[in-house]
Ligand binder design. Structure first.
Ligand SMILES: [Zn+2]
Length: 305
């Protein structure tokens, strides 16, 4: 009998040749399968206020015994139509020896576990690209933020005056709650533009609407219909952006949504370049006032790549 090698795990393993308990074996298998992280020297799993299945691993170069790298691991099991997701986020700095890497990993674990409330931004403690000026696309990307497609399923609906079997209309049906988690960013796009909102649960979306000139919470179906869309997003896409680690304290996002809807934020104040639906959603969820489609248009206009 021997004890599991993972930090803070006292489970004994049945065979002396086995280093880890079955739970930690499974964790490492997943890491090896989804990410080619080799030469793992240390593992620890822990819970945080935003996810029960977090952990860190420390590995090093295969060719030499240093430097050591820290990876913060976040696992989300599959739920509804969302498949399981395992993100391993490499910490920004490396370490020349194992004990300093371990000290840093434990410090990060502690930061992720203990919430300061309103000013908490756990992603910013880990993300390597938030200390410097970086393109939005390199911050809001995998493994920090994952993208999921919302497939458009079609349903045939029959009109009241048609005989059975006679085709009336085909309408897209999807249940957004099968594809999105609370405070995910939702985007529907057509050839010329995009409409962006924040999922708030129960099939509803908070968005700043140009058509309605203010901030509202609407059903997913209605959200798709506003701002130039007719609800039949046949030739367009619906995508979900999900943060594996929150960029903001979740209660702060909730309070800001409630405040924005109560005060009809930006009422009569729409400005495509500075205050559009995408600025609004990105500000709520990431704390970044940015619109990718506007930046893209500017680049196109100036002929920049
Ligand atoms: Zn263990």
């Amino acid at each position: 009998m021997t004890t599991c090698k993972a930090n803070s795990c006292s489970t004994s393993t049945d065979y002396s040749w086995k280093d880890y308990c079955s739970y930690h074996e499974k964790c490492l298998d997943k890491l090896k399968k989804h990410h080619s992280i080799s030469n793992i020297r240390e593992v620890e799993t822990f819970e945080t206020w935003f996810n029960k299945n977090c952990g860190y691993v420390i590995n090093c170069n295969s060719s030499s015994s240093y430097p050591y790298y820290i990876w913060i691991v976040v696992f989300e099991p599959s739920v509804k139509s969302m498949s399981e997701k395992l993100s391993a986020i490499k910490y920004k700095s490396d370490h020349s020896n194992l004990s300093s890497a371990r000290d840093k990993a434990k410090y990060l674990k502690n930061k992720l576990q203990n919430s300061n409330g309103w000013y908490d931004a756990p992603m910013l403690d880990i993300h390597p690209k938030t200390n410097s000026y970086e393109r939005f696309d390199s911050i809001i990307t995998s493994p920090y933020v994952i993208k999921r497609d919302v497939p458009q399923k079609w349903e045939i609906r029959y009109g009241p005056f048609l005989a059975p079997g006679q085709l009336d209309v085909k309408v897209p049906v999807d249940n957004i709650s099968d594809y999105a988690k609370v405070f995910d960013v939702l985007k529907v796009s057509s050839v010329s533009y995009e409409h962006v909102g924040v999922y708030v649960g129960d099939g509803e979306v908070c968005h700043f609407s140009k058509d309605r000139n203010g901030t509202y919470i609407d059903s997913w179906e209605d959200f798709k219909k506003f701002d130039g869309f007719d609800g039949n997003i046949d030739s367009s896409e619906a995508v979900v952006y999900h943060s594996m680690i929150p960029f903001k304290y979740l209660r702060r996002i909730a309070e800001q949504i409630v405040w924005a809807v109560d005060n009809n934020f930006w009422h009569n104040n729409y400005d495509l370049r500075n205050r559009n639906c995408e600025h609004f959603a990105n500000m709520l969820v990431y704390g970044i006032n940015y619109s990718g489609q506007i930046e893209q248009k500017k680049k196109n206009a100036y002929g920049l790549s």
